[in-house]
Design a binder for this molecule. Structure first.
Ligand code: ZN
Length: 110
């Protein structure tokens, strides 16, 4: 699996989180590209124990995902996934959202 990252069809920028229009060129047409891995630059542990990671992706922005399946620390390269059911091992879960206003699904809790 992979994370699906928004790709501007106007200028080719990768955007995260998904936007309604490109902040660089103003285009409103996007595709999504699969991104397999990200490099952890920072982690944050929430009060409930959830570990969030900020990861850089090749040629793109930083993305934020939930570390699932084990610990992670800065410098680790983690697989990215947008589906909690298909991955094993340690990975970063980056939920799939086609646009900011279309998030009508309820995310599953682990
Ligand atoms: Zn653009």
């Amino acid at each position: 699996m992979s994370a699906a990252i928004q790709n501007c069809l106007g200028c080719g920028n990768l955007l995260f989180p998904a936007r309604l229009f490109c902040p660089d060129c103003g285009a409103e047409d996007f595709s999504t590209v699969p991104v397999e891995h990200g490099d952890v630059t920072e982690t944050t542990k929430l009060a409930d124990g959830t570990l969030l990671a900020t990861l850089t992706i090749p040629g793109g922005p930083s993305v934020v995902g939930r570390v699932t399946g084990g610990p992670a620390m800065s410098g680790d390269r983690l697989p990215l996934a947008n589906d909690l059911k298909t991955m094993t091992g340690v990975y970063a879960y980056v939920p799939l959202r086609s646009t900011p206003n279309e998030d009508t699904t309820n995310e599953e809790k682990p």
